[in-house]
Design a protein around this ligand. Structure first.
Ligand code: SF4
Length: 310
């Protein structure tokens, strides 16, 4: 089957990157809340990837647009600062290792100005690689891995079909750091439902502390039509937390997570309130802000539903 270029889904910090697809979909398509649920993993031929890199290099050097190449690549390239590149899609680290090394080497050869390559990775993708292999990728400019942790609560992880447990995620996170690659993780407020809200938040603070990532982002659960969790919620089997309850969870995270040096934020568009800071030094300031908003209880000060994004 011909490879279908995926839509651009990327971390907020990759907004200035060039988006180079190696895969489409996600190899772990079982997470019940995710819009990748049930998708097929597509692998792009290396020759096709290299052809895009060649076309990109030609465009940057001489402004040539090749008519047979997808127009979207030129739209991205025309405003690109040439420093960062993001490998698509949901977990490009699943791309076969020798081919991934080959693509990175080709990028370095054709685009020597490139400084940082980033990718999403599932914990399973990371566990499949040794630290030595991750170091090989780092030497070829794979500088940042974004890994979805979602929760530290084993019951929640099982219920959402994450297919990895607490300890496996800690091991995966530590491997990335040991390889010298920057680690950015995300967790999801509300994933434990109302019933397990506190348990989910406390366990998530604990797993964040153990992984001790460089960046941690909190998202707030948004139900996506067509996913199993959406159906469960419709049947009353899963209860969404309220906006203020999401702030309670956020406060539990900031209070209980202990980091060496982590930039923590809830800047993602799914959240009702954006807080950010470097932990541990900004902990007091961030907690005070959350306490103040929670004490006010004024939901009109929070991001309205229609402005929330996935
Ligand atoms: S591993 Fe991540 S991208 Fe893949 S289905 Fe689960 S949440 Fe979605």
């Amino acid at each position: 089957m011909p490879f279908e270029r995926p839509e651009i889904i990327r971390p907020p910090s990759e907004r200035h990157s060039y988006y180079l697809p190696l895969t489409s979909g996600c190899s772990n398509n079982t997470c019940t809340f995710c819009n990748y649920y049930g998708c097929r993993l597509g692998l792009r031929e290396v020759e096709e990837v290299k052809a895009e890199i060649d076309a990109l290099a030609l465009f940057l050097k001489q402004g040539f647009v090749l008519p047979h190449m997808p127009m979207v690549m030129y739209l991205i390239a025309q405003n690109w600062d040439q420093h960062r590149l993001f490998l698509q899609d949901g977990d490009a680290l699943v791309y076969p290792f020798p081919k991934l090394v080959g693509v990175l080497e080709y990028l370095n050869e054709k685009l020597p100005q490139l400084e940082i390559v980033g990718t999403y990775a599932t914990p399973r993708d990371v566990l499949r690689r040794s630290v030595a292999e991750l170091k090989i990728l780092k030497e070829r400019k794979l500088e940042i891995i974004y890994m979805g942790v979602e929760s530290g609560d084993e019951d929640t992880l099982r219920d959402i079909g994450k297919r990895v447990n607490y300890q496996e995620m800690v091991t995966a996170g530590k491997k990335v750091k040991e390889a010298g690659i920057t680690l950015s993780v995300t967790v999801i407020l509300g994933l434990g439902s109302v019933k397990n809200s506190r348990k989910h938040a406390l366990a998530t603070a604990q797993i964040l502390s153990e992984i001790d990532p460089d960046y941690a982002g909190a998202l707030t659960l948004t139900l996506v039509p067509g996913t199993p969790l959406y159906e469960q919620a419709k049947k009353g089997e899963f209860e969404l937390i309220s906006p203020l309850e999401s702030l309670e969870e956020l406060k539990i995270l900031v209070e209980n997570a202990h980091f060496t040096n982590c930039f923590f934020s809830s800047m993602h568009a799914s959240n009702y309130l954006s807080v950010r800071g470097r932990l541990p030094q900004d902990k007091k300031k961030m907690i005070n802000e959350l306490v103040r908003v929670l004490a006010d209880g004024d939901v009109s000060m929070l991001r309205p539903e229609f402005l929330r994004g996935l």
